[in-house]
Write a protein that binds this ligand. Structure first.
Ligand SMILES: NC(=O)c1ccc[n+]([C@@H]2O[C@H](COP(=O)([O-])OP(=O)(O)OC[C@H]3O[C@@H](n4cnc5c(N)ncnc54)[C@H](O)[C@@H]3O)[C@@H](O)[C@H]2O)c1
Length: 253
């Protein structure tokens, strides 16, 4: 299991949902939050049994909930089952996404719709069903994972990915405004290239050094460097932040 630094936090007893938690940044942040004492729900298409079993064996509270975040019926059921089991939702981290490298003329309408559905419509669905619960509590914390691609542009990804991540930025600012009267904070992070399975699948090895040379900090991010900022946004340390779009990109603009 991934090791994490000490982090000032107040996650004990909170109920946290993380989408795309069977891999990469999503799994790492879910592991961290579970380790800090939250009831942590790992949402992914195929389930995350291996990691949740390990966490539960170590005395943590982790639940693997298989769910395709593009499917409204599945999302509605997943959120309802979390509410039924734990009676509240404190933290929702919308992290699941897919990527594809292709030029516009090679992207089919099916590809476009799949990427938009996974990377943007899924946020609408998860928030649509989690927000009424948070409104009733008059508290909640939503963190959306966008990308440097959505805040600026991409050196790697297709235009559908970039458009979906730009959509996440607008979605975050508007939802933050809509939910502020209910003391529900909504923020986004915009990671740049980070060593995860997604990057391994999209960055050709011969392009890695050129990319590193173009990053002011001179290196590709580790997963922990993204996780730490998500943890900050999910904790009380960021309680006066809402509608913020936080760049975690090694100084790239
Ligand atoms: N790795 C990078 O370089 C990088 C850079 C910028 C932004 N990001 C963003 O960070 C987030 C995490 O990326 P990662 O690199 O860890 O990716 P990853 O591919 O390792 O993990 C993505 C997760 O999303 C899940 N997922 C995909 N479609 C789903 C669906 N329909 N329903 C449920 N789960 C689904 C996958 O199963 C997987 O668990 C994504 O939003 C990504 O766009 C990553």
């Amino acid at each position: 299991m991934t090791k994490f630094h000490e982090f000032p936090q107040d996650f004990k007893g909170k109920v946290a949902i993380i989408t795309g938690a069977s891999s990469g940044i999503g799994q790492a942040v879910a592991e961290a939050i579970a380790n800090y004492g939250a009831h942590t729900i790992f949402i992914s298409r195929s389930g995350a049994e291996a990691i949740t079993s390990q966490l539960n064996a170590a005395g943590k509270s982790a639940l693997s909930l298989p769910c395709d975040v593009t499917d409204e019926t599945q999302v509605k059921q997943a959120i309802a089952s979390v509410f039924e089991r734990y009676g509240r939702i404190d933290i929702l981290i919308n992290n699941a996404a897919i990527n594809q490298i292709a030029k516009i003329e090679d992207i089919s309408l099916e590809d476009w719709n799949r990427v938009i559905a996974t990377n943007l419509t899924s946020l609408f669905l998860c928030c649509k069903y989690a927000v009424p619960i948070m409104k009733q509590q008059r508290s909640g914390n939503i963190i959306n994972v966008s990308s440097i691609a959505g805040h600026f542009r991409s050196k790697i990804s297709g235009i559908h990915y970039v458009a979906s991540k730009a959509g996440v930025v607008g979605f975050t600012r508007q939802l933050a405004y809509e939910l502020a009267p209910f003391q529900i904070n909504v923020n986004a992070i915009c990671p740049s290239q980070t060593y995860t399975p997604m990057l391994a699948a999209t960055l050709p090895p011969e392009a890695e050094q050129k990319l590193i040379d173009s990053i002011p900090l001179g290196r590709i991010a580790s997963m922990e460097e993204q996780v730490n900022v998500i943890l900050f946004l999910a904790s009380h340390l960021s309680s006066y932040m809402t509608g913020a779009i936080v760049d975690v990109n090694g100084g790239q603009f």
